[in-house]
Design a protein around this ligand. Structure first.
Ligand SMILES: Nc1ncnc2c1ncn2[C@@H]1O[C@H](COP(=O)(O)OP(=O)(O)OP(=O)(O)O)[C@@H](O)[C@H]1O
Length: 444
């Protein structure tokens, strides 16, 4: 600290960091101390201990810390003191053992020799933790303190409910990397408009840690909302895997290896991932090349490669992973995905029912009864409107009477359009029959 304050005005920041880290290690050698380095990544996999330390230390206020980072997510009502800032020291004691944490920061490419030749903090984000203690306490730190930090971080996270949404569409971060934002989706099982029995079945399955879910139904029926509700219920992060953005099975493998426990891996619109559809081509190519299925086409992700990795991920990662596929067209899916045992639960997401409407009215207007409800409920059972469309109508106005009258108008117009479409379709069909020389031939 003394050296730092003396040299600070004269010496560039990078050199100050280098000096202080050198002095620190020199002092350690004198004092018989030991330092553990905790980097954010282990190769391509995230180091869970690094994230746990961030959460754990953020919750530990200490008078010895003079600079903290302050953050606030939209979900939180007030700002929170985040992790200790770079090169600050935080002292902790565990069963009488004195420990010192420092978040060390380097400029990108500064090339500390300790980290050369492997994937390290230098390539990933330039920060890592140093945990220093007396050598003789190595065992207690390794066997008791670090597990304690992990457990504490888990329960702090559970309390704070700041979940993460990881996405694989990360332009600029290089292939096979996730980037994350806080998950602030408000959906819960209480606010979801869907069949009550189905809801209960999903909740039971989640409690028993069933692992694979296939959500199918038209756009706007709540597939993404259900995934968010699952994450909020389990307190799990979400990994949104964009398969069509990947170039190889190797890239896919790297992404899957980097996912953490207590997470939901989501592959949205799986029917639209063109490469996955053509299984026949894949079989043919495997045969021609005499290569094992799933590995013969290096420049794209293959269905069998994908399924192999998913099966491997499940078998090696215990019960704290859930995989969700969503599709608007279940009929287009490859049978390999629908095979019994592959997905534990197939969840149909449907157009809005009268029960769904009442729940949405309660969510958005805060009412459970209204004289216009009967009229709307009977209209909604025959109109094919999605919960998203109903939600949009109800959000349009805070005044229940106005919102419900608008809703009736919307349903009437919707029904009229639907009828017109049916008439047009029938007209098109009869023209086709005529063009083909009459109904009988068409029948054949
Ligand atoms: N079942 C539902 N219950 C409550 N709200 C819903 C439901 N379905 C849709 N919504 C509302 O509509 C919005 C859009 O729905 P969502 O994105 O979940 O549908 P989706 O089926 O995933 O659509 P897509 O297939 O286009 O991705 C949600 O943010 C939510 O406000």
């Amino acid at each position: 600290m003394v050296v730092r304050s003396v040299v600070r005005p004269f010496v560039p920041r990078e050199f100050q960091d280098f000096l202080s880290s050198g002095i620190r290690s020199f002092l350690l050698r004198l004092r018989n101390e030991m330092t553990m380095v905790i980097e954010p990544y282990d190769g391509y996999a995230q180091n869970e201990l690094f994230e746990a330390a961030q959460v754990f230390l953020a919750a530990k206020q200490s008078v010895s810390v003079r600079r903290v980072r302050v953050t606030k997510s939209t979900k939180e009502s007030h700002s929170t003191l985040a992790i200790i800032d770079r090169n600050q020291m935080l002292a902790d004691t565990f069963h009488g053992v004195k420990l010192k944490w420092v978040l060390v920061s380097r400029q990108a490419g500064s090339g500390n020799p300790v980290h050369q030749g492997r994937k390290s903090a230098a390539e990933h984000g330039e920060q890592y933790f140093e945990l220093t203690f007396d050598k003789k306490h190595m065992e207690i730190v390794d066997k008791s303190y670090l597990p304690f930090v992990m457990d504490e971080a888990k329960s702090i996270k559970r309390e704070k409910k700041t979940l993460k949404l990881y996405t694989s569409k990360c332009i600029g971060l290089g292939p096979g990397t996730w980037s994350s934002v806080n998950l602030d989706h408000p959906a819960t099982f209480q606010t979801l408009a869907m069949d009550l029995e189905l809801k209960k079945k999903i909740l039971d399955d989640l409690d028993r840690f069933k692992r694979g879910y296939l959500l199918y139904g038209p756009p706007g029926t709540g597939k993404s909302s259900l995934v968010a509700a699952m994450a909020n219920y389990l307190n799990f992060d979400i990994y949104d895997l964009e398969l069509s953005g990947l170039h190889s099975n190797e890239e896919l493998r790297r992404l899957l290896v980097a996912t953490k426990d207590q997470s939901i891996l989501v592959v949205e619109d799986i029917d639209c991932t063109i490469q996955l559809q053509d299984r026949k081509l894949e079989t043919q190519a495997a045969y021609m090349n005499r290569m094992p299925m799933g590995y013969q086409q290096k420049d794209r992700v293959t269905l069998s490669g994908f399924l192999n990795f998913i099966d491997g991920l499940w078998s090696s990662c215990g019960n704290e992973r859930i995989i969700v596929f969503t599709t608007n067209h279940i009929e287009k899916l490859d049978p390999a995905l629908l095979r019994p045992g592959r997905m534990d639960l197939h969840v149909p997401m449907s157009y809005c029912t009268s029960f769904g409407f009442k729940l949405l009215a309660s969510n958005y207007l805060g009412i459970d009864h209204h004289e216009l409800f009967d009229q709307i409920e009977s209209a909604i059972t025959t109109a094919r409107v999605t919960p998203a469309e109903v939600a949009e109508q109800l959000m349009g106005c805070d005044e229940p009477e106005v919102a419900l009258r608008d809703m009736i108008l919307f349903l009437v117009n919707h029904k009229r359009k639907e009828n017109e479409e049916v008439i047009e379709e029938k007209a098109g069909q009869s023209q086709l029959i005529e063009a083909n020389g009459g109904g009988e031939e068409f029948e054949e």
